[in-house]
Design a binder for this molecule. Structure first.
Ligand code: NA7
Length: 852
């Protein structure tokens, strides 16, 4: 067989026969019709589930979810006998799938890929295997998995041990009898916990060496009766509906708002509910802030500690089992079934190797810095060299002999986890910086394989020789991954594989994308939609799409909107648009308390900070595309503006389109300004220091009001235009580039302009750039956003003002999208917008005013 392979040339080489490899072979061979050769180091299919045969190994997403979704037939035919299947059943499932798809014949088993070298001239990969064979392929698809190479233990002496030594990740195929034996388990991660609870009743003595206690929560496993198994298989579609719209790819309940907003009793009720239901629900269905806020996280951490203390009889043991040095879920959460009760058995002992580290494995057992222990069996459950090592082991050399280990000297880089710049035509399923670590593996896998298959199909159809991520796209993706991770509690873990910290000397970095499945999928879809943005096809690169350039907090917010099933704005009817605009209030930081006066004619709210006057005055117009928004929407921002600027803020109502189309809104807003000029001194405001300000459509109205004020002789100290739409007919690059968002789209912008104008002729009263002269207008601050379709027209307007001699400050904020001013609670950088406004308002000088 070796000889037949020598010198063979394939379209695709797939490496690995786990969930990813089986599906990749099927997809590339059977759907794309490609010539595929696959390699697998193990003796059969199954990947992780072939190797990890240790007692107690099982999945911790329900099996109905932890299974393929691409085939109706597979889902309908296979029945799961337990809620969370054990390793033998998962392996049997994968073997059954492999047979059903007839993919085994594409694999060469017991064969390791040892080197993978790019031949630039031929635009092919040369693949060598440990049996001395060589072949070439146009594409390599790595399906080697993230957790497939065991970590080398830091302590010496394994080879000297005279008893039986097992690693969980390469457990023997024959049954291991532990009865009557003194057994040690080193490691209390997901694996160690599964082993310990399983063998506690079998071993004569079980000693657990624990360095870091873990927050284990109940798995909630149970057998599924025969009738229910069939029902589940037949109803897979409804059971799995919407999975991919959920953050981790399983349709669990959404969280009940922030933990910090709940009372202790409410928190307890919610934690109890999801603790009892089992699995990842405790993390994803309880509270929205536990993963982001340390204080919120402490509420769940303490809840788990309480439950541990209830279950473990000996208080000293319970104390040792309670984690205190890292937030919950900053390490991958493990799940258990009777784990804590195992420590109530007289023959189960817990040894703290944080205070007295393991120094060596000796011929007779384990030696720590304080004591030696004797064992018949030692089980190492010490984890994996995650994500990077499995790929490094492929011996990858890319363009110009670039070694992957050099490329990754400071930590892994990739674009979407799918490609690595410098390694053309190499595709990785669930690679470093993919979403898989927090996304139900089979679905994450299918998504990646589908993405890669579409890329291959495109390359083949276009006769593209090379398909590769650009270095720039990789950098942008890396920044997004790191930025998102930094918004979570995950970087506060110590020693987690999430950050590469479980391996001494390994670079600490963001090893995965933590933005959740809906956002990851939306980004992948956008990349395809714009023609593989961020990839270079035959070295011609397509620009990095907007969603990859998002500010991390803005990206996360967008992700949570997607997870809540928010429809694109342009698909909403008028009432729905208005409801969405009002719902933005939930995304605002609350405004400080202060005196608020209500004026009925013209309708306005006057926010009066407790300062000695006369105070500068801000006349504020809310956004909402002239068709939505309200004084309520502007309430929190106006309070904050009043407080931060020591200014009277008048939030002015105006009539909305389409019921009241042009010029109702501009007439109302100008009438409000005129009223303020005449009456604001009665409220402690200085009519000589009026700044007109608006957000979005409100900024358009503010710009027009500034022109009308000049023409009417009302002296203004300044105008602040927060991402204003200027002209419906503007033809700019940003209109095209951000036509599909993020968030705000060209289609909804056009609808809004249409409703506002109501067919009226376009004049300077709607499009301020059309004024016959901009000279003599109040000094302006124009705030624009990088990822906003109105960006360029706003910046052009700033340019036109400056050309007309108006003092102008222009401040563009990168990574943000239209509407963020109302999202201050979730996008911390909105504070930079307030700071910019503050600096500007402080410089607005007294104007001579007749009213004063
Ligand atoms: P983990 O979660 O990395 O756990 C490894 C465990 O081994 C963990 O408790 C480690 O303690 C312990 N360990 C590692 N090295 C040592 C040394 N030198 N001394 C003592 N203890 C040590 O791996 P798992 O296999 O349990 O889980 C991996 C993933 O598989 C899991 O996240 C799921 O996705 C499935 P430490 O915490 O480093 O102090």
């Amino acid at each position: 067989m070796e000889d037949t392979l020598m010198g063979s040339h394939y379209d695709v080489v797939v490496v690995g026969a786990g969930f990813a490899g089986l599906y990749a072979v099927h997809k590339m061979r059977d759907e794309l019709g490609l010539d595929v050769q696959a390699f697998e180091a193990a003796g059969g299919v199954g990947g992780t589930w072939w190797w990890n045969r240790y007692p107690g190994a099982r999945c911790d997403f329900e099996s109905i979810h932890y299974s393929y979704s691409f085939s109706e037939e597979i889902q309908r035919e296979w029945e799961w006998s337990e809620r969370f299947a054990g390793q033998p059943e998962i392996l049997a499932y994968l073997e059954w799938v492999a047979d059903k798809l007839d993919v085994r014949r594409a694999f060469r088993f017991n064969t390791r890929v040892t080197s993978t070298t790019w031949d630039d001239k031929a635009a092919r990969w040369i693949i060598c295997t440990d049996d001395g064979a060589t072949c070439t392929a146009r594409f390599v698809v790595s399906c080697v998995g993230g957790l497939s190479v065991a970590k080398e233990p830091e302590f010496p002496g394994s080879e000297t041990f005279r008893g039986e030594l097992y690693r969980t990740s390469s457990w023997p195929h024959e049954p291991v009898d532990l009865t009557g034996k003194r057994v040690a388990v080193i490691g209390t991660g997901s694996t160690g916990i599964q082993v310990i609870q399983e063998i506690a009743n079998e071993a004569a003595e079980l000693t657990v060496f624990q360095r870091t206690p873990n927050f284990a929560a109940p798995l909630g496993n149970e057998p599924v009766d025969l009738a229910q198994r069939r029902w589940n298989a037949e109803h897979h579609a409804e059971l799995r509906a919407g999975s991919r719209q959920h953050m981790i790819g399983v349709p669990y309940d959404p969280p009940s708002g922030p933990a910090l907003a709940a009372t202790p009793d409410e928190r307890r009720r919610i934690f109890d509910k999801y603790w009892d239901r089992g699995g990842f629900r405790l993390l994803v269905s309880t509270f929205s802030d536990v993963i982001f806020n340390q204080q919120a996280n402490e509420t769940i951490a303490e809840y788990i500690r309480e439950r541990i203390r209830e279950r473990v009889k000996d208080p000293a043991t319970a104390a040792l089992l309670c984690p205190t040095d890292h937030p919950y879920a900053s390490k991958r959460p493990p799940f258990e079934t009777g784990y804590y009760e195992a420590y109530n058995l007289p023959h189960v002992h817990l040894v703290d190797v944080r205070s007295a580290p393991i120094e060596a494995i000796t011929p007779t057992g384990v030696r720590t810095s304080s004591k030696s222990y004797e064992f018949d069996v030692i089980i190492l459950a010490t984890g994996f060299d995650v994500f990077t090592r499995p790929l490094l082991n492929l011996g990858l050399r890319g363009r110009d002999g670039l070694k992957l280990e050099d490329r990754w000297a400071n930590g892994p880089t990739s674009y979407l986890g799918v490609q690595i710049a410098g390694f053309p035509n190499l595709f990785v399923i669930n690679g470093p910086k993919s979403a898989v670590a927090l996304y139900n593996v089979p679905l994450a896998t299918e998504d990646n394989v589908n993405f890669v298959a579409a890329a291959l199909a495109r390359a083949i159809a276009d006769k593209t020789a090379t398909f590769e991520a650009t270095y720039e796209a990789e950098e942008a993706w890396g920044r997004l991954c790191e930025g998102i991770l930094n918004l979570t509690v995950i970087p506060h873990s110590k020693g987690s594989w999430y950050m590469g910290e479980n391996i001494p000397g390994k670079a600490r970095a963001a090893y995965f994308f933590a933005g959740g499945a809906p956002l990851y999928r939306a980004i992948c879809a956008e990349i395809v939609h714009v023609g593989y943005g961020g990839f270079a096809l035959d070295r011609v690169s397509a620009p990095i799409p907007p969603m990859v350039r998002l500010d991390p907090a803005a990206a996360l917010l967008l992700g949570s909107m997607l997870a809540r099933g928010m429809k694109p704005l342009d698909e909403l009817n008028l009432d729905e648009v208005r409801a969405v605009a009002e719902s933005l209030r939930e995304l605002q930081l609350p405004g400080p308390a202060m005196r608020v006066e209500i004026v009925e004619e013209p309708r306005a709210r006057i926010y009066i900070p407790d300062r000695a006057g006369p105070l500068p005055v801000i006349v504020f117009y809310h956004g909402g595309g002239w068709i939505s928004g309200s004084l309520d929407l502007a309430d929190a921002p106006c309070r904050r503006l009043a407080d931060e600027n020591g200014a009277i803020v008048v939030s002015a109502h105006y009539r909305l389109a389409p019921e009241h189309s042009f010029p109702a809104a501009t007439d109302d807003t100008f009438a409000a300004l005129s009223w303020v000029w005449k009456h604001v001194s009665a409220y402690g405001g200085d009519p000589g220091r009026i700044v007109v300000m608006g957000e979005s459509a409100g900024a358009n109205l503010a710009a027009v009001a500034a022109i009308r004020a000049r023409d009417a002789g009302i002296p203004l100290a300044g105008q602040v235009l927060i991402y204003p739409p200027i002209d419906p007919e503007a033809s700019t690059a940003s209109r095209t580039e951000f036509a599909d968002g993020p968030f705000f789209t060209r289609a909804i912008g056009e609808k809004m302009w249409g409703a506002y104008l109501g067919g009226a002729e376009l004049t300077e009263l709607a499009a301020p750039s059309r004024a016959s002269s901009l000279a003599g207008l109040a000094p302006a601050l124009v705030l624009t956003l990088e990822l906003d379709m109105s960006r360029d027209e706003a910046e052009d307007y700033a340019g036109a003002l400056a050309s007309a001699g108006v003092p102008v400050r222009l401040h563009r904020f990168d990574g943000l999208f239209h509407g963020v001013f109302n999202m201050s609670a979730f996008i911390p950088r909105v504070r930079e917008m307030y700071a910019s406004i503050g600096e500007f308002v402080a410089t607005c000088k007294e104007q001579i005013t007749e009213a004063a």
